[in-house]
Design a protein around this ligand. Structure first.
Ligand SMILES: *Cc1c(COP(=O)(O)O)cnc(C)c1O
Length: 430
């Protein structure tokens, strides 16, 4: 579900008029709905209830500590990819013993930090990493719980930049070599084999690739389970969300509407495809959804600066840019754009672009939108995942504020950066 809808012609997030947030904190600004995050978590958790399972939110999708705190309070675990993310979990009241630590390039410092804090599992991507974790655990007099990431060579049918489960990707260990690498791990004295991990990609909209990956790994897991006394199988993340027509279809839980077949994967489709394969394993199953939990929970508010008419096109130039939301430039991400004030005027094609000096700095191209003029406000929907977290100071643009809505209330959960923040830590040598 998501919680952005028009009430009396004005776009709201839950019970809050988005103009109020824009007036108070300025634009551009990110807004998140707590209700949507909770609802998505509960819905997925319920769909997976036939399994002994733990949902570990992939922190890289949205790492604001207020968002993490909403999920920690629901009992969520976390999938982290850096020492910085572990630090955030601890700040947010999350538990290290519910964290899986993923990533192909863990440094010595990060490994030591995670060992001391007692993470649930290191999800290991190479033999070199196994050796390093073993060495550091030995130095600290600790035992490191590990799982090995196995790459099932499945086509996730998603954008090539966010597909990770093909053998040509840099991730994990090939299925053919997995048993051998588990043997290597078993012979390292400071490691405890705790599980098997996989993750095939992101924004996956059909259940087929998930069922295929589960099927391909099930017999390996079955074998390793008896040899190494496994505790869990971590099935990764990747459940896709609706980006197009998010608002029109977004009356609460649009996918439940009577008779209408879902156009995208639902938590129930996902569960139905994999539970018959995963349940017989008799293990705890971990899931690492990122986008699914927070994507539709966020919107980027922006204000139109200028409308520029050229012989070929209409350009609507807004105050947000690719440094604030890079998905369109990075992997052709598509976002619904809507005015804060509902319009019934005729729609015309336009490009919605930012002020940055790059042709990739666009939010939409040839998009049919109602007429917009200077100072009109818009919302770029479904930007709660891989939005703020991927932002940068490119063009010396301060990072945006983040606002968390809960019912009729809202809180500023990150301040807008100032110009002073931009140069903090810089100096001119004498
Ligand atoms: C990115 C990532 C996820 C989350 O992916 P989503 O598509 O956001 O669900 C989960 N696990 C791993 C290992 C990842 O790299």
């Amino acid at each position: 579900m998501h919680s952005f809808s028009y009430v009396n012609g004005i776009l709201r997030c839950e019970g809050v008029d988005l103009n109020e947030i824009a007036n108070r904190f300025g634009t551009p600004a990110y807004v998140y709905s707590s209700a949507t995050i909770r609802d998505n978590y509960q819905r997925l958790d319920a769909a997976l209830s036939p399994l002994d399972h733990l949902v570990c939110f992939a922190v890289k999708a949205n790492s604001n500590i207020a968002v993490l705190s909403v999920l920690a309070k629901m009992g969520s675990g976390f999938d982290i990819v850096s020492g910085g993310e572990l630090f955030r979990i601890l700040k947010a009241g999350g538990r290290a013993d519910r964290c899986t630590f993923a990533g192909v390039g863990k440094t010595r410092e990060e490994i030591a930090f995670a060992l001391r804090e007692g993470v649930y599992s290191f999800n290991v991507e190479s033999e070199a990493e196994l050796a390093r974790i073993n060495e550091i655990a030995g130095e600290l007099g600790l035992v490191a719980p590990i799982a090995i990431r196995v790459n099932p060579d499945v086509d996730a049918k998603t954008h090539k930049f966010i597909s990770t489960g093909k053998s040509k990707n840099k991730f994990g260990i090939g299925l053919d070599r997995a048993a051998e690498v588990y043997e290597v791990a078993a012979n390292l004295p400071h490691l405890k084999i705790r599980g098997v991990q996989t993750h095939i990609g992101s924004q996956i909209l059909e259940s087929g690739p998930f069922a295929e990956a589960a099927g391909k790994l099930a017999s390996l897991v079955e074998k390793l389970k008896t040899t190494y006394d496994l505790e869990f199988f971590d099935f990764g993340g990747g459940i896709g969300i609706v980006y197009d027509e998010a608002l029109e279809s977004g009356s609460p839980a649009w996918w439940k509407q009577d008779g209408a077949p879902p156009r995208h994967i639902t938590p129930e489709d996902y569960a139905a495809a994999i539970i018959p394969i995963l349940k017989p394993l008799g293990l705890r199953i971990l899931f690492e959804p990122g986008r699914f939990l927070v994507g539709n929970a966020g919107a980027l508010l922006s204000t139109v600066q200028y409308v520029k008419q050229t012989p070929a096109k209409t350009f609507t130039i807004i105050d947000a840019a690719m440094n604030d939301l890079i998905r369109p430039a990075l992997y052709e991400g598509w976002h619904e754009i809507v005015p804060l004030r509902q319009s019934s005027e005729e729609k015309n094609p336009m490009d919605v672009v930012g002020p940055v000096c790059e042709s990739g700095d666009f939010f939409a191209q040839d998009r049919a939108l109602p007429p917009l003029k200077s100072d009109d406000r818009i919302a770029v929907l479904s930007s709660g995942a891989y939005g703020f977290v991927m932002s940068s100071n490119y063009n010396s643009r301060p990072l945006l504020p983040e606002v968390l809505v809960d019912g009729g209330h809202y809180n500023l959960v990150r301040e807008r950066q100032t110009y002073e923040d931009l140069v903090r830590g810089e100096s001119i040598p004498h």
